[in-house]
Structure formats: C-alpha cells, structure tokens
Design a protein around this ligand. Structure first.
Ligand code: FEO
Ligand code: CA
Ligand code: CA
Length: 737
C-alpha cells in the first residue's frame, strides 16, 4: 500500500481517527532541516550496470571487515553482508547485488489451476478465485516433504502463504473500471476475488522453485470466503448480521498486509485498511446510538462512500453486504441487515495451509485494528507464547497478545493445526505498549479486569468480546503511546528482542495542533523534507525502527526496555535532527515497512514502502545485522524551547547495514519467505506503476515490470503486475552472505 505522506484527498489507508488525549509532549518549534537537496544528482557510490532481463542489475565490491557468520549451516568462511551494496536507482527493474539472481515466479493473474486460461496482457482475465490475486504482500514459507506432508525443514518443496492486499483496478480490467452510478457486477467479482490470500505449492528443480499448477494444496481465499469467528468476540451481539444471525461467522478477509507463521505451522494474516471497503450513507449516524457512533468513527468509518463502490453492483447479498447503513425497518439486533458487517473485519486470521479445505478462523483475542504482521516470541517449552503486533495508522499503538496456554514441544507438528490454534490463540491477554521517556516501557492489559478499561468514560464496553472488537478504544482508555504508524514487527532469532517499524507520520509535530502528535522519546523527530524541486513533506517523514527487550526475556513480562535501532533518513540530512543513525549512501532509506528476520542467518531484512525519497530511488530492501537494545547512546534533540531525549542504537557500519535490492518503478517491496537452508528467499514487488492514470496509453504507464524483464506477455509495453521474486545466489550460497 503506498505510503504517500502528502495526500490531501480521502485516504483510506492512513486514516487518522485517534483523537484520544494520550501522551503528546509540549513543543514550540518545527525544524526544517533536511538538506538532501544539496546533494541531488550525486547520490550513489557503488557502480551500477543495468544488465536487463531476469538476471537484472548487479553491483561489485565487498568490504574487508564484513561480519563473520556466527551460526547456522553456512560454510566456515562465509561472511554476512559480504555483497556489494546496491545503489539507489529509478530503473524499472529489480536490482540485486552482483552474484545474485532474481527470478519472477508468480504475478497477478497467473493461473493456479488449468481450468482457467493463462493470463493475458489485456485486462480480460476473469476468475481470480482460480488465479493469483493482486498486490502481493506478506508471505510465509511452509515446508513440504517429498510425500507431501508437513516438513518444517524441507528446502525443496513448499507452500507459500501470501497476502493479496488490495487491487490496482485500472489494470484489472480492459479499460479500467466501467464508469457509471453502479459498478458492473462482473468487474466487482474480479475485484473481490483478487483480494485475500493465496496458498500455492512450489517445487524446486535444479536449484529453482516453480509453481505447481493444479496442486491439491493450491487455494484462494477471497473477499467472499466463509470464515469462522473465534475467541472472545464469537457470538457477540456486535457481530450479528443477516448472513450470520448468531455472530459466529463472516465472509472474506480484506486488505491483508503482514503475515505471521505460528510455531505449529499455520499462517496468520493481518487485516489492515478494511474500514473504507464499507459504505455508510449520509444520515446513518442519526439511526445509531452515541456509543455506536464513537466506535465507528474510532475505526475511521464516518458517513461516506466506499473505496470501490462494490455495494452498487446489484441486489445480490454478496454486494449488499458492503453497505453498513442501518435499515430502519429491519430488526434492531442487526440480524436483518449489515449494520454490524464491518465488525467482521480487522482481525488476525488463521489459515492452515496444509489443507485446502481447512476451516479458517478470525482470532479475535488478538484484537481488532489495522493489523500488520504478527511476530511470535521464540517458543520456550513451559512458557506462554507472545504475539507482537502493530496498528498502522497515524498515532496508533503497538500491541502484544500472551497465550494462556504454555508452549508444548508436541505442538510443533500437531495432528490438528486448527485445534492447536484454538489452544494458543483463543485464550490469553491482550496488552498495549506505553513507551516511557527513560527508555523503559509497560504492557498494559486490555480487558474488563483492568478498572481503567472497565470505567472508560468515552466508551462503555459491554463485555470482553466488545473489548476485543474495539481494542483501539480500550488502548485509548489506558493512555497507550501514540506511535509513528506501527507497521511490521519481527523477533530476533537469538536475542528474542522485538523490532517494530514505524513507517512515517505526517501528523508528528514539535508544536502540534488539532489531531497532530507532539514529539516524544520514542517518536522524537518532526521535520520538513524537500522532495523533488518544489514539494516538501513534514512530520516524521522517513520513519524509524523501535526495538524492545522484555524484562528477563519473559514473553509474559509486563515491562520492557526500548531503543531506536535505526532512524531512516536521507544520508545528507541533518545529523543532529534527522540522520541520527549516520546512514551513508549505501544504507539510506525511507519509510521502513516490511521487517523479517532470517532464521538461517539472523539477518534483519528491512523493506520500504515510501513516497518521500522516491524522487531519488525506487523502494528497496536492506540487510541489517543488529546488536541489542541499549548498545548505543542517548541523544537529545533541541527544538528551541522543547527538547526530547531519545535512545539511539549503535550506529551501523558498512558491515552491519547494506542495501541489497531496489525494486522497479512506483512499487513497494514487501513480504519475505525463506527456505530453511537460507539459500532461497522470496520477496514481493507490490503495485509497480501504481501512479498510472491512462490505461489506454501504454507509453504513459508508470512501469512495465515484470513484462519488461521477460516475464509473461507484453514485453516492454506490458501492463505492470505485482509479483513474487525468487532470489538465489549464483554460487549456491546463503542469501545475504
Ligand atoms: Fe499494509 Fe501498513 O502496510
Ligand atoms: Ca505494507
Ligand atoms: Ca525526500
């Protein structure tokens, strides 16, 4: 999802509904300190040569002090980050270091089953419930043995569980969406089906994975697939609809962003920007209680039209469900209309990838918000499991769920994975994070057991299910810390510390007004950055990465310490206010979003979804070898009358942070799945060419990738497509060495 920070139109992706009075700090000045423009045109130190085709672009050189590998199965002379840094580039291709190869393996519209025709480059493809969806996002690897049974150690055969976050309607149809007051039903069917999740089998031959067409494991979950409600909100009054009068099921998983892989081998998929998919007619507020209106507006759904107008496609129930306007002649409990339909979205949803007919469950105990990824604590037998999560909107929060059940080694490969999910994900405690200015932090429980939640004056929770459905309001009640758009998180495989990307925040100010957030220790930057010749953006323009260390390493701890692993910045930006991590040309980046730790090498892969530095470079992926919380120093930002002291992690060197990949034009880099031997990683390129406005003029397209790289039809004039890219090292080594 594009993270433009300067949108002036309705922006369903970065809604701004946290009007609680939770902590902001006094401030008086706004720094205007980015100086990148003085270096425009001189970026890049590494030599870059466009090689074209599927072997893409390469860079040379390594450094003398590359970090030795400390574990895993690599050869004894293997070194982490020994590759040459990839330079920033605007080239419409995937650029990887010399010695690596990037190969496209699954693009939007590719068929998963042979009962539909192969994808064509004309916008005439239908039946996306039998094809790859659009806008590939989070992704997980599930190993398969030679006989097709679950095998966590298999590096030769796998299932990829992949999110299809949203759609690029212009390219899904021959001439974009047909204009008119009502949407064309066949077009809406394509759009709903292009959302959701795909489970696809891949098999390795001669070192390269390829899709297994017609695999019995291949499965599409769409915006219409039936899904069970599980956990404390199951059967809740606020989930009753015409479709499920008992409030126990719903249809579809929407705007799936990040993922998680459970220790028992299932996929968690996060439902992010779902609220804009539903229409709420003008005047609806008058037909709801004050409490109901508080709840809807806290989730960004005031009165207004829907993102794609799916509800206009016809009288069929599958279209009508997208209109949540109260029908005043229907039953007041919601069982005869779709007034509560929106409450069926916003969860962590669990899918067992190893069975194409398995029951799918929304795990409501993990809260309802704009979910990103889900990172598990490293499992310890006899201790609970923690699941870390971010809520991506401006000024939203960081959450943790702690299971009631303690981890049992026997559950690593259970006979019934769905029942194992019931065991660990339906009962437990949900917490929200408070980041204190001294580098400590607290996890505050969100339940009616917490008197502050139970007595909240803004919203009165009916029961624990209501707390789960409205976790943002419960988090407001306890004064959680408003963060700079919490995106993905990842758990370091050896230290157990948890890293959270804060992608950017155009609402952060030194001197805030209205709904803006003031600077604080964990979100200390507010500045103005120049983009291009004449435009500029303000706030925390480039984002940062916060990490936490649980007290005594306990997953159930209620206190932690934190610091900022990296402040994203342009290398030439002010070292005292912006480039606090002293990033160089080979390391600088903006808007960290995806973050995944390699279990094989321990590398922290950082992916960007940026709209700030895109005048200089396309979005990218970097490899980091981080230290630990507290390995750096305290830094004070003096904004005149206001000053903020933050904790900056040890500054990276060229041995510990390096750009590994740059994507094609107008894309975001997202999702990372790795074979257990570390020799193959898959990443996703989302929405290349997304700024295109004229589908009839091919020369105007913002990108022609991956057609221009020889994948699929269309060549150098192809419609752009989101796609999964397999990365291998030419010498057969592990990725990132
Ligand atoms: Fe789906 Fe907030 O990125
Ligand atoms: Ca994203
Ligand atoms: Ca910029």
């Amino acid at each position: 999802m594009n993270k433009r920070t300067d949108l002036t139109v309705t922006d369903f992706d970065n809604e701004d509904s946290n009007t609680s009075n939770n902590p902001t700090f006094d401030a008086v000045l706004q720094a205007r300190l980015s100086r990148r423009s003085i270096l425009r045109g001189s970026f890049g130190t590494a030599m870059t040569a466009a090689l074209g085709g599927l072997s893409l672009t390469a860079c040379g050189g390594g450094s003398d002090d590359d970090k030795p590998v400390t574990g895993g199965t690599g050869s004894s002379n293997e070194r982490l980050l020994a590759f040459g840094a990839v330079a920033k580039t605007l080239a419409d291709t995937v650029t990887v270091p010399e010695g690596y190869t990037a190969t496209v393996v699954l693009a939007t519209g590719d068929r998963l089953f042979s009962d539909v025709p192969a994808y064509t480059d004309d916008g005439l493809n239908t039946r996306y419930d039998r094809r790859s969806g659009d806008c590939h996002d989070g992704m997980e690897y599930f190993g398969l043995s030679a006989t097709g049974t679950p095998d966590a150690n298999s590096s030769d055969r796998c299932l990829l569980g992949m999110n299809h976050e949203y759609i690029t309607p212009l390219f899904l149809h021959a001439n974009g969406p047909t204009a008119g007051a009502n949407r064309v039903a066949t077009e809406v069917d394509i759009e709903v089906d292009a959302h959701g999740v795909a489970i696809t089998e891949f098999k390795k031959t001669n070192g390269k994975f390829a899709l297994v067409l017609d695999s019995a494991f291949n499965r599409r979950i769409t915006g219409l697939t039936e899904i069970e409600i599980a956990g404390p909100a199951r059967g809740n009054d606020k989930l009753k609809t015409k479709f499920s009068t008992t409030g126990t099921k719903t249809r579809g998983t929407l705007n799936n962003c990040g993922t998680g892989k459970t220790p028992w081998g299932t996929l968690l998929t996060g439902e992010e920007n779902w609220s804009g998919y539903f229409k709420r007619a003008t005047g609806d507020a008058a037909n709801r209680s004050a409490q109901a209106n508080v709840a809807l507006s806290r989730y960004g759904r005031g009165e207004g039209s829907s993102r794609y107008n799916w509800e206009t496609a016809g009288a069929d129930d599958k279209y009508a469900r997208w209109d949540i306007t109260v029908n005043t002649s229907a039953a007041a409990d919601g069982t005869e209309d779709y007034r509560f339909e929106i409450n069926g979205q916003g969860y962590m949803t669990e899918i067992d990838p190893y069975s194409a007919t398995s029951v799918i469950k929304k795990r409501t105990a993990l809260g309802r918000f704009a979910h990103e990824s889900a990172a598990f604590s490293n499992p310890v037998v006899g201790k609970p499991l923690a699941v870390y999560m971010g809520d991506d909107s401006r000024g939203e929060y960081v959450y943790k769920f702690v299971s009631a059940a303690n981890w049992s080694a026997a559950d690593a490969n259970p006979a019934n994975r769905v029942a194992t999910g019931d065991k660990y994900l339906d009962s437990g405690k949900l917490y929200v994070a408070k980041f204190n200015s001294d580098g400590s932090g607290e996890w505050v429980e969100l339940s009616l057991n917490n008197a502050t939640v139970a007595s909240y004056s803004t919203y009165s929770f009916a029961d624990e299910g209501d707390v789960a459905i409205h976790s943002r309001l419960a988090a407001d009640a306890v004064g959680a810390t408003k963060m700079d758009r919490p995106e993905w998180c990842g758990t370091h495989p050896t230290t157990g510390e948890v890293y959270f990307t804060m992608t950017n925040n155009s609402n952060r100010r030194v001197n805030p007004s209205g709904s803006q957030q003031g600077v604080d220790a964990a979100n200390p930057r507010a500045y103005t950055d120049i983009k291009g010749v004449s435009s500029s953006q303000s706030g925390n323009v480039n984002g940062h990465i916060v990490r936490i260390k649980e007290t005594a390493g306990e997953p159930g701890a209620t206190t932690f310490t934190w610091d900022v692993y990296l402040f994203a910045a342009e290398s030439a930006a002010s070292p005292t206010f912006v480039n606090l991590s002293s990033l160089t040309d080979d390391q600088d980046f903006s808007s960290p979003d995806g973050l995944v730790f390699s279990k094989a090498t321990g590398i922290c892969w950082i992916q960007t979804d940026d709209g700030a530095y895109t005048d200089v470079t396309n979005c990218m992926m970097l490899a980091g070898v981080p230290g630990t919380v507290g390995d750096g120093s305290s830094v004070t930002l003096n904004y005149g009358a206001t000053s903020v002291t933050t904790k900056v992690g040890k500054k990276p060197t060229e041995s510990t942070l390096k750009r590994f990949l740059v994507g094609p034009s107008q894309c975001e880099i997202t999702g990372l799945a790795e074979s257990p031997d570390g020799k193959v990683i898959f990443i996703n390129v989302q929405h290349p060419g997304e700024d295109t406005t004229d589908v009839g003029n091919r020369s105007s397209y913002g990108s022609h990738w991956p057609g221009n790289a020889g994948y699929g039809a269309g060549g150098n004039t192809a419609r752009p497509r989101s796609a999964t890219v397999m990365i291998t090292k030419n010498d057969g080594g592990r990725i990132g060495t």
